[in-house]
Write a protein that binds this ligand. Structure first.
Ligand code: NAD
Length: 268
């Protein structure tokens, strides 16, 4: 029989029409959850992910909302809760890069990244926490009243020249997650992050689409391969399930060793 640790649970994954979000949404569906595939603009791609999840026998729906807009986030949670009754799992995944050398970075590039990568996580986590607190624990569903997982990045600890807006947003996610974990623990809401290393998705296409770029990237990955969305999907299933019930306020690095200072493997 299939192992379905999330059976009976309702999950919402932001930015799930592509890349890591799509991989996480599929994995949660396979683990037995009903999955909301949130998308910012690409309704067609979200519809495809939704259909794939439904094809495996799980429940799914696609809901559009810009996670940086308070009214759209509220409307999305209202829509989900009126359709499915509640929400048990939030995966805060939506994110973007707007890279520029620091002295040329515009306020628009700065605000654009912070508003999605950090404020978007705040807005979605707030709506999810309100609903999880309202509903409380249902022991037959999960030991926790809810699970919030933030998709951070190795750049919550590795500084990144040329990407200060992105690194600042992920550094912010680290303390957003930890502070939330501290505050929501009495409500039995578990809050954790996954920090991916290099995962093959549209966000970092330039880093893997040519053999030269890939070879350069692999020098930063001791384990010797680029990651795939399924690597993050499996970690998300574990963090969302009762198998990790005592894991709280942690960042799980899923990075093939990228945070191991790989250059020191060749002498320091
Ligand atoms: P991606 O570009 O494929 O996915 C990002 C998703 O976020 C897209 O579906 C996009 O439409 C959505 N999105 C962007 N702005 C949005 C908004 N305002 N509202 C709703 N959705 C919005 O890239 P990805 O690699 O899958 O990135 C997913 C997350 O993983 C991001 O938070 C990213 O920072 C993080 N991450 C990725 C990597 C990597 O190597 N790919 C590494 C570390 C962290």
């Amino acid at each position: 029989m299939a192992y379905e640790p999330l059976k009976g649970q309702k999950a919402l994954v932001t930015g799930a029409s592509s890349g890591i979000g799509a991989g996480v949404a599929r994995a949660l569906g396979t683990a037995g959850a009903a999955v909301v595939v949130n998308y910012g603009t690409n309704a067609q791609a979200a519809g495809q992910v939704m259909d794939e999840i439904k094809g495996t026998g799980a429940q799914a729906m696609a809901v559009g909302a810009d996670v940086s807009k308070e009214d759209e986030v509220r409307a999305m949670f209202q829509e989900v809760c009126s359709a499915w009754g509640t929400i048990d799992i939030l995966v805060n995944n939506a994110g973007l890069q707007r890279d520029a050398p620091f002295t040329e970075m515009t306020l628009e590039q700065w605000n654009g990244v912070l508003s999605v990568n950090l404020s978007g996580m705040f807005l979605c986590a707030r709506e999810a926490a309100r609903e999880m607190i309202r509903r409380g624990i249902r022991p037959e569903i999960s030991r926790a009243a809810g699970k919030i997982i933030c998709i951070s990045s190795v750049h919550e600890v590795i500084p990144w020249a040329g990407h200060v807006n992105y690194a600042a947003s992920k550094g912010g996610v680290k303390l957003l997650m930890q502070s939330l974990a501290q505050e929501l623990a009495p409500h039995r809401i578990r809050v954790n992050s996954i920090a991916p290393g290099a995962i093959q998705t549209p966000i970092n296409r330039a880093a893997w689409e040519t053999p030269e770029a890939l070879a350069k990237l692999l020098k930063l990955i001791p384990y010797g391969r680029i990651g795939v969305p399924e690597d993050i999907g499996r970690a998300a299933v574990w963090l969302a399930s009762d198998d990790s019930d005592y894991v709280h306020g942690q960042t799980l690095f899923v990075d093939g060793g990228m945070t191991l200072y790989p250059e020191f493997a060749r002498g320091g």
